[in-house]
Ligand binder design. Structure first.
Ligand SMILES: NC(=O)C1=CN([C@@H]2O[C@H](COP(=O)(O)OP(=O)(O)OC[C@H]3O[C@@H](n4cnc5c(N)ncnc54)[C@H](OP(=O)(O)O)[C@@H]3O)[C@@H](O)[C@H]2O)[C@@H](O)CC1
Ligand SMILES: [K+]
Length: 487
């Protein structure tokens, strides 16, 4: 943001104008509240407070009753914040002297992008009072105390009903707990030109179709099933084979031309009673898997769901990896507990690897690797893991992060809460495999899989079970194809 700000100033927009627009956008948001009769603006010592002074002035000019309190010393304000304060004609009160109960709406303009350390002392006490007030809070840029780079709370932060940010959202608006604390996020255009992005070249994205649409394959008129890849899902024993069946259905619905499920002989009858379009093959052990995979048209293998951990699983991965595209999930990942370098070796000989751990599996994989586990945010941890493995890492959760070893990363925001259900991860691994089989590059395939998975859940709606997810993809695909054809 500092660079975007600088770019806009160099292109001829004075920084004071940016602040005026920022403060006005906040005023607009506050004015939308029903009965914002008594507005209390709490300003901090930097430019976030400056935005607050502008908002207070604009709201007062529009006839609202506005009180303003400043945390810190008015004489110590500098730059644009000082000018904004000079143009505020009302009283500047002491926060300690203000009764928050009298406010209809509170504007939280204490700290934004300049939060430099954990809140303590008077700042923390004020944020805690605000949090306990139960009043609707409109946050300027970020709820004060929320770290915009990590999504973590530094000391304290008050739940906002709405957060008004500028130019683009920041990771802290998307990563939990930040996402939840922000309430509704409104992005205001304050006149920073989009060309600033060409200078900045951001590496962090929201996971949405614009990010991967160019790599997504819509079936072509002249295509046939063999041009859409052949995915293999390797199943565990009969009693856990449901997981592999969910993956296989995900891969098929995601558009893989052919899907084979490799099952131990005792599990064959179960598959025979399942999806007829999925081809069962008896495979007991790594040796028989090697025989199946002698056919190089089987270009993608999904291993992990219901597979069981340990040596047997690693032997199968060793057989599958060379020159092939792989998705590893669940038991396949915990088989590498504490030895991520062994997984990096798998990635190196493959034609592209996606790993899809949840937090627990991630912690086990990287046990003892402080550089990965102690990186400052979920975003940074996922990036560090991708670099470590030389693979695309999907770290699952409400705020799933997808990272490529080259530094690109995306944060998903479309998963409904009810997607956290048994077997949902198995379907995700399958969708990723289905997209890899069709030839999508691993990062784009992983991002698309995560987005599609979230949309499929929405399509199915509350009460969702994992079996509904592959079916939900049909509606999502018809809309996506239509949108891509239009574009
Ligand atoms: N850039 C842009 O494009 C635009 C930016 N805009 C706005 O500017 C905001 C960023 O402003 P900013 O850089 O002045 O930082 P800000 O959040 O006000 O905080 C800095 C102050 O807080 C203090 N402080 C920090 N941590 C503290 C702590 N734990 N406990 C106590 N004090 C602490 C710190 O003190 P110091 O560390 O120097 O002691 C300093 O005084 C941004 O969020 C947006 O609202 C808009 O106007 C539009 C254009
Ligand atoms: K704030």
């Amino acid at each position: 943001m500092a660079r975007a700000d600088k770019f806009a100033v160099e292109m001829g927009t004075p920084s004071m104008t940016l602040m005026d627009r920022a403060g006005t956008a906040v005023a607009d948001a506050v004015a939308r509240y029903p009965y914002p009769t008594r507005i209390l603006v709490l300003c901090g010592p930097g430019n976030n407070g400056g935005d607050g002074f502008v908002a207070a002035r604009v709201l007062a000019q529009r006839g609202f009753k506005v009180r303003l309190a400043l945390l810190g010393d008015r004489d110590k304000l500098t730059g644009d914040a000082r000018r904004a304060a000079e143009r505020w004609r009302g009283a500047v009160e002491e926060p300690a002297a203000v009764d928050l109960d009298e406010a209809g709406v509170i504007v939280d303009a204490l700290f934004g992008a300049g939060l430099a350390r954990d809140l303590d002392g008077a700042a923390r006490a004020l944020v805690e009072r605000m949090a306990q007030s139960g009043k609707p809070i409109v946050a300027v840029d970020l709820p004060s105390g929320l770290d915009g780079a990590t999504g973590k709370v530094r000391g304290a932060a008050a739940q906002a009903v709405e957060t008004v940010t500028f130019f683009r959202r920041k990771p802290g608006h998307l990563l939990e707990p930040g996402r939840s604390l922000c309430g509704r996020v409104r992005v205001a255009d304050i006149g920073i030109p989009d060309e600033a992005l060409e200078a900045i070249r951001p590496q962090t994205f929201v996971d949405m179709p614009a990010l991967w649409r160019d790599a997504f394959l819509v079936p072509a008129a002249g295509g046939h099933k063999y041009s859409r890849g052949h995915a293999v899902v390797v199943s565990g024993p009969a009693w856990t084979s449901g997981a592999a069946r969910l993956s296989a259905r995900g891969a098929l619905r995601a558009g893989a031309g052919l899907v084979t499920i490799a099952l131990p002989r005792d599990a064959l009858p179960l598959q025979a009673a399942s999806y007829a379009a999925i081809m069962p093959r008896p495979v007991d052990g790594a040796g028989e898997l090697a025989e199946l995979l002698a056919d190089r048209r089987l270009n993608t293998v999904v291993l992990g769901p219901g597979l069981g951990g340990g040596e047997q699983t690693r032997a199968k991965i060793d057989v599958a990896a060379p020159g092939r595209r792989l998705v590893l999930d669940a038991d396949a990942l915990t088989s590498y507990e504490g030895v991520p370098w062994a997984l990096a070796a798998v990635a190196a000989c493959s034609d592209g690897l996606i790993v899809t751990p949840h937090e627990g599996e991630f912690a086990r994989m990287f046990r003892g690797d402080g550089e990965v586990l102690e990186a400052p945010s979920k975003l940074a941890r996922t990036r560090a893991a991708a670099r470590r493995l030389g693979a695309v890492v999907v770290l699952k959760g409400a705020d799933t992060v997808i990272a490529h070893p080259d530094g690109r990363a995306a944060i998903a925001e479309n998963a409904p809460a009810y997607l956290a259900t048994a077997g949902a991860g198995d379907v995700l691994a399958g969708i990723a495999g289905g997209l890899l089989a069709q030839g999508m590059p691993p990062f784009e395939a992983a991002c698309a899989a995560v987005w599609l998975h979230g949309e499929a859940a929405r399509e199915a709606g509350p009460g969702l079970i994992a079996d509904d997810l592959p079916e939900g993809l049909r509606g999502v695909y018809s809309r996506l194809y239509a949108a891509i054809e239009k574009a």
